[in-house]
Ligand binder design. Structure first.
Ligand SMILES: Cc1cc2nc3c(=O)[nH]c(=O)nc-3n(C[C@H](O)[C@H](O)[C@H](O)COP(=O)(O)O)c2cc1C
Length: 175
């Protein structure tokens, strides 16, 4: 198929197993470029993105979320990925969370293009909705007036995954 963007969209999968290999500075720069290129309502760009490669901070966010959700303490919401991007949305903007969702998909597709795997992780919200969430948000670098919208864990894939089953009945064509 001579439609590389459509092919990338079709080939992307949620990857939940990563090799213990760092994501490089160059890869991080390219992911940042892809994120910031996302469209947004009236071009307000109502997001803040934190690219975190610090294992201790990722562990702490994971532990806080896992405890808040009541999951098995052995569970890792980021699947031990070496990079997690946290996107916080400007709460004063009507489309802030939607715009952040578009940015996260740009990152997922860019990661795929770089041969990396990714999984979007909503569960991290539990860490920021916690009583210690505001302190955590400060440490992650969320500016005032921004709230966690979504996160994405990224790394070199250690395993693949079949595509999800599409639901064509979710489409109506009117001609
Ligand atoms: C908003 C959003 C939140 C998600 N949160 C999680 C999550 O917390 N943990 C997880 O393992 N997957 C999460 N996912 C990934 C979905 O489970 C996944 O996209 C879906 O099962 C379809 O599989 P695919 O991405 O391989 O096509 C999330 C996806 C989206 C879009």
């Amino acid at each position: 198929m001579d439609h590389p963007v459509i092919k990338a969209i079709e080939d992307r999968r949620s990857i939940r197993s990563f090799r213990a290999v760092p994501v490089t500075d160059e890869q991080v720069s390219l992911l940042e470029t892809a994120a910031l290129a996302a469209p947004s309502a009236v071009n307000y760009q109502p997001w803040h993105l934190s690219f975190v490669r610090q294992p201790a901070l990722l562990d702490e966010i994971n532990r806080t979320a896992v405890e808040a959700i009541g999951r098995d303490p052995a569970y890792n919401i980021f699947f031990h990925a070496p990079l997690v991007v946290f996107i916080a949305a400007d709460t004063s903007r009507k489309w802030g969370v939607l715009d952040s969702g578009i940015a996260v998909q740009n990152i997922a597709l860019a990661a795929h293009d770089l041969g990396l795997g990714s999984v979007i992780v909503g569960m991290a919200e539990a860490a920021f909705e916690n009583p210690t969430g505001d302190a955590l948000a400060l440490r992650v670098g969320f500016p005032a007036g921004h709230r966690f919208a979504i996160s994405i864990a990224i790394g070199v894939p250690a395993a693949g995954k079949p595509p999800h089953e599409n639901q064509p009945n979710r489409i109506t064509r009117i001609e």
